[in-house]
Ligand binder design. Structure first.
Ligand code: ZN
Ligand code: ZN
Length: 420
């Protein structure tokens, strides 16, 4: 036998019927986004690697340890996208979509790629849905994006998740927090893990993200960003909290929540789900007011979130939530001899022409075997054509739910099924 191949480590094949569950998650997301006036955007799977180094931050684990970087045949350094926002900002800038007092609101479905140690719930090719909203600065936009995020989980029927909220401040107030944090951390510097000792030089805020229990304990009492907010950041955050309360969206304040990416400003949130690991959330989002400018565009605020599809599926399974079954159960058109099988193929095609699902059997089987096949397909109707039916021009249509049979002129079958 020839050599066979396996999917690369950390990837998965999404096969039917599991793909139905994926479709359900995605179509629900699309529906929710459209209600909020968002439109779909699709960007390339790979970009210049410099875009991510600049947009996400050289010092992040994502860029320094996990990104799939490769040189293309023209000698350019490219990377498979490790997250969604940088590429969308790049498109926003490239197509000059910024406008005064206008919002560009987009949603996406995408694969992202990170070279992680494969483990439960972590993939090297993972899948996300998300939204980005460019333009508005006010907290009403933050509240609306969070509401959209929560509406998706509500619509899916997911329960037991928790919204955690923080404010990270802005370029005005962040330096004073950074200073206080650096001072507090330098007292315990020797006890921090080597990675965090390095982070103290690049971005001490990222020590909050450390997965080591020792570092977590050390930062538990470190100064938090909310205590250093400037007046504008304070009122932005207060207004957002007021709106969330008015919209009856419960949340918990999470002063240690800083998100893994360097570009967030002010609002940051995540949705936790018990059962996912301590470091894992259903989704994460935040405001990134400096990112468009950082990537060469005109100063334009932005806010968005990304949510893992694999994690949402996990929550659906944990919650025992059934997804709606296929609504179109369809028809199997059965031909009993060569001539009838020819007619069956044509009849199936004409049923499909009416927008209905129809299949035929491919294996020259007898009536009994084909009826079993109809059962396996979950078909609602079986249409039977044999020598007699072709002679009289009338097909036997069997309702597989009730067992009732009708004789219908062959040419009328599509219309009859359409009315049934
Ligand atoms: Zn501020
Ligand atoms: Zn650490």
């Amino acid at each position: 036998m020839a050599k066979s191949y396996q999917a690369p480590r950390g990837t998965q094949d999404i096969l039917p019927p599991v793909s139905d569950r994926w479709h359900h998650l995605e179509s629900t997301f699309r529906k929710v986004c459209e209600r909020y006036g968002y439109q779909e955007v699709r960007t390339p799977v790979f970009e210049e690697s410099g875009l991510f180094a600049r947009g996400i931050g050289d010092a992040t684990d994502i860029v320094s340890k996990e990104m799939y970087v490769f040189e293309d045949r023209g000698g350019r350094s490219m990377a498979l996208r490790p997250e969604g926002t940088a590429g969308i900002v790049r498109a926003f800038v490239e197509h000059k979509l910024a406008g005064e007092k206008s919002a560009w609101k987009v949603f996406y479905f995408m694969s992202i790629f990170r070279y992680e140690r494969p483990q439960a719930g972590r993939y090297r090719q993972a899948h996300q849905v998300g939204v980005e909203c460019f333009g508005p600065t006010g907290p009403d936009a933050d509240a609306e994006v969070i509401a959209l995020n929560m509406a998706w989980y509500r619509e899916l029927g997911i329960r037991g998740h928790e919204l955690r909220l923080n404010s990270l401040g802005c370029p005005v107030c962040r330096p004073s927090h950074r200073q206080a944090l650096s001072e507090a951390l330098s007292e315990v510097r020797g006890d921090l893990c080597p990675t965090c000792q390095g982070r103290m030089e690049t971005n001490p805020l990222r020590v909050f993200d450390c997965k080591s229990a020792e570092c977590q304990a050390l930062v538990a009492s470190a100064p938090s960003t909310v205590d250093y907010l400037c007046a504008e950041c304070q009122s932005h955050f207060a207004r957002l909290r007021d709106l969330l309360e008015a919209m009856e969206l419960p949340y918990e304040l999470a002063p240690r929540l800083v998100r893994g990416l360097d570009y967030y400003t002010r609002t940051a949130w995540e949705v936790k789900y018990s059962g996912l690991g301590a470091q894992d959330a259903l989704c994460g989002g935040g405001r990134y007011d400096g990112l468009v400018e950082e990537l060469g565009g005109p100063a334009t605020p932005g806010i968005g979130f990304a949510a893992g599809i694999e994690r949402a599926l996990y929550a659906l399974e944990q919650g025992g939530i059934e997804i709606p079954g296929r609504s179109a159960r369809g028809t199997l058109v059965i031909g009993l001899d060569e001539e009838s099988r020819r007619r069956a193929l044509l009849l199936a095609e004409s049923i499909r022409g009416h927008g209905l699902r129809a299949e035929t059997d491919y294996f020259d089987r007898g009536l009994k075997a084909q009826m079993k096949q109809a059962d396996r397909l979950g078909a609602r109707w079986a249409v039977i054509l044999g020598e007699d039916e072709l002679k009289t021009g009338r097909a036997v249509v069997r309702d597989l739910e009730s067992g009732d049979q009708s004789e219908v002129p062959i040419d009328d079958v599509p219309g009859w099924l359409d009315r049934a």
